[in-house]
Design a protein around this ligand. Structure first.
Ligand SMILES: C[S@@+](CC[C@H](N)C(=O)[O-])C[C@H]1O[C@@H](n2cnc3c(N)ncnc32)[C@H](O)[C@@H]1O
Ligand code: SF4
Length: 390
């Protein structure tokens, strides 16, 4: 079983050059950013989180991962990134094999900053390529071409040992041949990690408003499932395994930081709208910071942190999270995590709830491990509803 005392740090940089029409992440376009104020505020919140971790079940301990996410962290001034890495190491210490990831957009401005990030201590880059086709990139409202993305990818591979790219598939009218072509091109770069997302229409986005007016923007469920199967087959043929619903890696190259979320381990979250989880003697603390960048900045000045919610989850919430997160992983959920984290040896579901899913071969229970099979992962929402219905 993975070591449950691991600790990660998530840092959210909420700014982007423009807002992509499909994106519901906490991302904002701002013309004027007070860099000094942001730098100071992030460091202040980092200190607050270090103190919070002193009261957790495992105390303050060396970090196993740091993740700069967004928004667009590749727009963060290198000086701030570097100072946060230095400060985090001073406050917590780093495990010898720490993974430090930055998400980066492949515009030329950001590509020019990659070397600085490497010097600051980043050792893994997750590049938002999204598509290798210019028409699709313009449909997705991206500010870069496929060629720029490939240049950024090549430079990233020269600078970093570990590089991952994000692609979105299942755009309206996308044919099987088109996706197969893009995927084989992506696989030809011989990366050890790919995040391959089906285009989803999220409430609050521009795509959502357009879809409500009747515009079709993505493929239907059946066509999406066909592309998902092709994705599984093509990546497997290149030695990448589908370790999480949308993530594919060579053995040992999984995103260590994201595994903390899916395995319900501990991480601290700083910056606007960042979430965190800390195991405590009496349960599991969930923290959320204020979502609005200006509101977060103001609260840091007033209170020394931007936390807007800090609650110890009850048993039901913990069980729900363990299942929701763990069933996304091909390794599944060790049921012993339930007793370890939620303090109960009872399963949160009855045999009447689980047996139909097992007999459909969507779910399997091997020793302690509950696993959603490939067919089950296609129906994850349905299965969770069936398992968690009271
Ligand atoms: C934090 S976001 C973006 C990071 C970075 N700013 C970028 O745009 O490349 C992480 C990833 O989620 C994926 N994503 C975001 N919204 C999505 C949606 N509606 N459907 C599918 N994938 C989505 C994109 O592939 C994106 O790279
Ligand atoms: S997809 Fe990335 S660049 Fe586009 S708005 Fe979202 S966070 Fe910003």
């Amino acid at each position: 079983m993975p070591n449950s005392s691991q600790l990660g740090l998530y840092i959210h940089w909420p700014f982007c050059l423009s807002k992509c029409p499909y994106c519901d992440f906490n991302s904002h376009v701002a013309s004027d950013i007070d860099e000094e104020a942001w730098h100071k505020a992030l460091v202040t919140e980092l200190h607050h989180m270090a103190e919070l971790s002193d009261h957790s079940a495992y105390g303050r301990r060396p970090l196993s991962s740091v993740f700069f996410g967004g928004g667009t962290p590749s727009l963060m001034p290198t000086k701030i990134m570097s100072s946060l890495i230095t400060e985090a190491e001073k406050l917590f210490g780093f495990m010898a094999d720490i993974e430090i990831t930055a998400e980066a957009n492949p515009t030329s401005v950001e590509t020019a900053k990659l070397q600085g990030f490497q010097q600051a201590g980043v050792n893994r880059v997750s590049l938002g390529v999204q598509s290798l086709d210019d028409t699709a990139l313009s449909f997705l409202g991206r500010g870069h071409s496929a060629n720029e993305a490939i240049k950024a990818l090549e430079l990233s591979r020269d600078l970093f040992d570990r590089v991952s790219i994000d692609l979105i598939y299942g755009l309206k009218d996308q044919s099987v041949a088109d996706w197969e072509g893009q995927l084989s091109k992506a696989l030809s770069f011989d990366l050890d990690h790919l995040s391959l997302y089906q285009l989803t229409i999220e409430p609050g986005t521009q795509f959502y408003s357009r879809a409500r007016k009747g515009e079709v923007l993505n493929l239907d469920d059946d066509a999406m499932a066909d592309l998902y199967l092709i994705t599984e087959t093509q990546t497997a043929a290149h030695g990448l395994f589908n370790y999480e619903v949308s993530n594919y890696a060579r053995s040992g190259a999984q995103s260590r930081h994201n595994l903390l979320y899916w395995r319900c381990q501990d991480w601290l979250g700083i910056g606007p709208g960042a979430h965190g989880r800390l195991t405590q003697i009496n349960g599991r603390r969930e923290t959320v910071t204020r979502r609005s960048p200006q509101g977060w900045l103001t609260q840091i000045k007033d209170k020394g942190h931007g936390v807007s919610e800090s609650v110890v989850d009850d048993q039901e919430a913990i069980c729900e999270e363990i299942l929701m997160m763990g069933l996304r992983l091909s390794e599944g959920v060790p049921l012993s995590r339930l007793s370890q984290l939620a303090g109960t040896s009872d399963w949160p579901f009855t045999s009447q709830q689980i047996e139909p899913l097992i007999s459909e071969a969507w779910l399997s229970l091997e020793n302690d491990q509950l696993i959603a099979n490939f067919e089950g992962r296609l129906r994850l929402n349905y299965m969770l509803q069936a398992l968690l219905a009271s």
